[in-house]
Design a binder for this molecule. Structure first.
Ligand code: HEC
Length: 361
């Protein structure tokens, strides 16, 4: 068979695109021929053919032929490239599907450990695959120790029907970390599938508001209108201690003076009900332990060669010498507490968001 392949190549090689070198044309021809052969056996192919295929794959990663070759011959050497492809794009379900189909869960673990890969994109790509293997791989990440990563895995799972079912099963068997429940509850109550919504309502009730009544879904909240003046009172009571509006309030979280321009109602509700869903850039929480065993929780406002400036709740800026820092750990959750909704009624919340929408330039 190989003799036939090479004779064929020899005859047609010169007629190929002038933009390709002779070697590239030859490799391409081998690939095209191999793809046409029904019973081509990659494992027992000659070194020459394998080399040609591997050169072709290196030059054409991400092309249609690339995926066809890797899929048909399940080429394990391509796992690192598949990981890169899965994490380069916002969502690349094809690459992620092959990554997990060929390499299994261990390939996902390897890909996540590689600092060169964008973990969030990788997980989102995996979330879009929607098959048993990818769901199992994501569930493994979800049960892992890294809460920030687990939160991303939950988000990725919530995006597919198979993943939603898995999230429900985990919640039903009590295996969902407490910190993830608000986010998963919000995601599942927004599912298009009514059976998912019903099951979710049982095991993952929406966060309770004051008085214990569960809040309506965000989609429903968004449709409601409130009274901004009443919402301002809630802001003064629950938010003023961390957010400035104009020159009032304490400067700890981002200023809310123009939040009405920045966020739509939906994002405002999410920011209040599940603050860890999207943590504002520059406000990621850290816990620092100093040599004198002093513990600080806040975010890093300045990170100098000799000193670190920590902004702590209450708005104070505390400077610590680098040499005095014993440990420095990122917090897996937002510095903004998720429990604030429990201190207000549904109407309070709707009024508060109404007030926030009026805060504009
Ligand atoms: C203990 C301090 C604290 C309290 C109390 C608090 N927040 Fe926050 N908030 C933060 C921090 C820190 C951030 C930035 C980190 C993040 O995005 O999670 C933040 C972020 C936000 C954001 C996103 C801002 C942006 O620019 O995207 C909104 C909106 C918000 N808070 C609204 C509120 C509202 C409304 C209340 C009152 C119900 C409130 N916060 C109470 C600390 C707090």
């Amino acid at each position: 068979m190989h003799i036939r392949v090479f004779t064929f190549i020899f005859l047609v090689a010169c007629s190929f695109s002038p933009a390709l070198s002779a070697d590239e044309s030859r490799d391409r021809l081998i690939v095209e021929t191999v793809l046409k052969l029904d019973r081509f056996n990659y494992e027992s192919a000659s070194g020459k053919v394998k080399d040609a295929i591997s050169r072709y794959l290196a030059k054409n990663s991400g092309s249609e032929e690339y995926y066809q070759l890797v899929e048909r011959f399940r080429i394990a050497e391509q796992l690192p490239t598949l990981a890169t492809l899965s994490s380069d794009e916002e969502v690349n379900a094809r690459a992620a599907g092959l990554l997990v189909a060929i390499g299994g869960e261990s390939a996902i673990a390897t890909a996540l450990a590689d600092a060169g890969n964008d973990k969030v994109r990788l997980l989102m790509s995996l979330g879009a695959v929607n098959d048993d293997k990818s769901v199992a791989a994501l569930a493994r990440v979800l049960e892992g120790k890294d809460l920030a990563l687990a939160r991303q895995a939950a988000k990725a799972l919530a995006g597919s029907p198979a993943g939603q079912v898995r999230l429900l099963e985990l919640a039903e068997s009590g295996k969902l970390a407490e910190e993830l429940k608000n986010g998963v509850s919000l995601a599942l109550t927004a599912s298009v599938d009514p059976t998912i919504r019903t099951r979710a309502a049982k095991v993952l009730p929406a966060p309770a508001s004051l008085g214990g009544e569960s809040l309506p879904s965000i989609a429903e909240l968004v449709k409601m209108r409130g009274v901004a003046e009443k919402g301002q009172v809630i802001y003064m009571r629950s938010c003023f201690t961390c957010h400035k509006v104009g020159d009032k309030g304490i400067d700890f979280g981002p200023a809310l003076s123009e939040i009405g321009d920045k966020l739509a109602r939906e994002a405002m509700y999410t920011a209040i009900i599940d603050p860890s869903e999207a943590i504002s850039f520059g406000y990621e929480g850290v816990a620092i332990e100093a040599a004198n065993s002093q513990k600080l929780i806040g975010y890093v406002a300045s990170d100098g060669d000799h000193e670190v400036g920590m902004k702590v709740p209450g708005g104070a800026l505390i400077t610590i010498k680098r040499a005095d820092i014993k440990s420095r750990e990122p917090l897996p959750v937002s510095l903004m507490p998720a429990s604030l909704v429990a201190t207000m009624s549904r109407d309070d919340l709707v009024n508060l968001v109404e007030y926030l929408t009026t805060l504009k330039k």
